[in-house]
Design a protein around this ligand. Structure first.
Ligand code: MG
Length: 386
């Protein structure tokens, strides 16, 4: 029996790599849904190759172009945000890969879980924003959430078979990004071209800037809290510039398990799609001679404030991580539009989380409101900085 997959965000970096994994294993998977926000050309190309049941183009202004290209096939074509949320209910979907960017992934993810679909989760922002809602609903519906993020996949792989053994702590590894070792003075003038050049991983632009600013690790700390039901003090971050150890679990007896391999997102994607099985792959193998040294250092939270801000937001809880995420989304896009400098990304986020009113037990509507208000708030603050 093939597994029927819905890919939300199929034209982005994770979506495209998931397509590669599926293309290499046609006997295991078939694609039921493909969706993209703006990249209709690539969506049409993918739909032509995989003939899914449904495609969804998020941005309604591209609907006509998709319709005219695919109108003479059996593929059903939908457009808009609501369509995306509803499509995940389809009976013949076995697994939903959530690979879109940012807050927009929340509604479709919640709806997929509400309809009992297992999730391969790449859209970490949804867990940062509303981890309590998502994990509670998943427990209620008996739904599994398989992490796609490489660090969380590593933790997941390390605890396989250890279900009754409590975790003492985990170490999320961070490459340190392109600005590792830099001081504040040089970062004030850091260009977006430099921020977009990640030393080890080839990823989308939002997450690459997040890696440069250490916010990616901050978001991952919060993501880990929800995925593995951990307390903030159990989650540690260690900089490991080679990105070979993808993360580490330490158990009660002090034993540490690490998951290693060359940095290649196709591995965690494939594991999320085939869990609990491991299947053959032709991904390049690690060669010890290429890495005579694996090194580790403490993160520089003086220079890179975002990691501390994320811990702070996590400790405050409630809707504050949602505000952190919204402020970061706005700040990153302002940085990419040359409206603020690199260090001001943290200033925007700090200002927003300090000035958000805490709601301790938020509902979906509260998250939605916090997200909207924070975006507005962040934009106003950025306008003052300009
Ligand atoms: Mg990661």
């Amino acid at each position: 029996m093939k597994k029927n997959i819905a890919i939300l965000g199929s034209t982005g970096s994770i979506g495209s790599q998931a397509i590669e994994v599926i293309r290499s294993n046609p006997e295991l998977f078939s694609i039921e849904v493909l969706s993209a926000q703006n990249n209709y050309k690539k969506l049409i190309e993918q739909a032509g190759e995989f003939q899914p049941n449904v495609v969804v183009i998020g941005n309604e202004k591209h609907y006509k172009k998709v319709k005219s290209e695919l109108g003479n096939t059996d593929i059903k074509i939908f457009s808009g945000e609501d369509a995306l949320s509803q499509i995940v209910e389809f009976d013949n979907i076995d697994l939903v890969l959530t690979a879109m960017v940012g807050f927009s992934g929340l509604k479709p993810t919640l709806n997929a879980i509400a309809h009992g679909k297992n999730i391969a989760l790449a859209n970490k922002e949804t867990l940062v924003v509303a981890g309590d809602l998502i994990t509670k609903l998943a427990r209620e519906k008996g739904v599994n959430i398989y992490p796609v993020d490489s660090e969380h996949s590593a933790i997941f792989q390390c605890i396989a078979g250890e279900f009754d053994n409590p975790i003492e702590c985990i170490y999320l590894t961070a490459s340190g990004g392109p600005f590792r070792g830099k001081n504040k003075k040089s970062l004030a003038n850091a260009t977006k071209e430099a921020a977009l050049k990640h030393p080890n991983w080839d990823m989308g632009s939002k997450i690459t800037v997040d890696s440069a600013s250490m916010m990616n690790k901050g978001l991952e700390v919060i993501e880990a809290k929800w995925l593995f039901a951990l307390k903030p003090q159990q989650i540690k971050v260690i900089v490991h510039p080679q990105s070979i150890i993808h993360s580490i679990v330490q158990f009660q007896d002090g034993s540490m398990k690490a998951q290693m391999g060359l940095p290649d997102m196709k591995l965690p994607i494939q594991y999320a799609l085939t869990y609990p099985k491991r299947i053959k792959s032709s991904f390049p193998r690690f060669n010890f001679a290429d890495y005579p040294e694996l090194t580790f250092e403490k993160p520089d939270t003086e220079t890179f404030k975002n990691l501390e801000l994320a811990y702070k937001a996590m400790e405050k809880g409630g809707n504050i991580p949602c505000a952190l995420n919204a402020a970061n989304e706005i700040a990153v896009s302002a940085f990419l539009d040359d409206n603020i400098n690199f260090l001001q990304i943290s200033d925007v986020i700090e200002y927003c989380i300090e000035n958000t009113k805490l709601i301790t037990q938020p509902l979906y509507e509260d998250y939605h409101k916090t997200d909207n208000e924070t975006r507005q708030f962040a934009n106003e603050y950025i306008n003052k900085l300009k």
